[in-house]
Design a protein around this ligand. Structure first.
Ligand code: F3S
Length: 81
């Protein structure tokens, strides 16, 4: 299983991830990305049919703010393995 979270401290609101994976990433009122699956807690397993989109978004993020892990993040981008 894979989990994802956005580090909102490093996201530069470039807007790419929501175009690449609109079913996973949305933006707050300042344009900073967040995971819509779990309110950016990194606790929801990414559905199988969305993993490719998440990987594309991960690779395309210019500030490396999208984190992916085999374990849940529990709200902290630094907590994944
Ligand atoms: Fe932010 Fe990266 Fe998305 S900079 S808007 S998390 S592509």
């Amino acid at each position: 299983y894979k989990y994802t979270i956005v580090d909102k401290d490093t996201c530069i609101a470039c807007g790419a991830c929501g175009l690449t994976a609109p079913e996973v990433f949305e933006y707050d009122e300042e344009g900073i990305a967040q995971v819509l699956l779990d309110n950016n807690q990194g606790t929801s397993v990414i559905p199988d049919d969305l993993i490719d989109d998440v990987l594309d978004a991960y690779e395309g993020c210019p500030s490396d703010s999208i984190h992916i892990s085999d374990t849940a993040f529990h709200g902290s981008p630094a907590s994944g393995q």
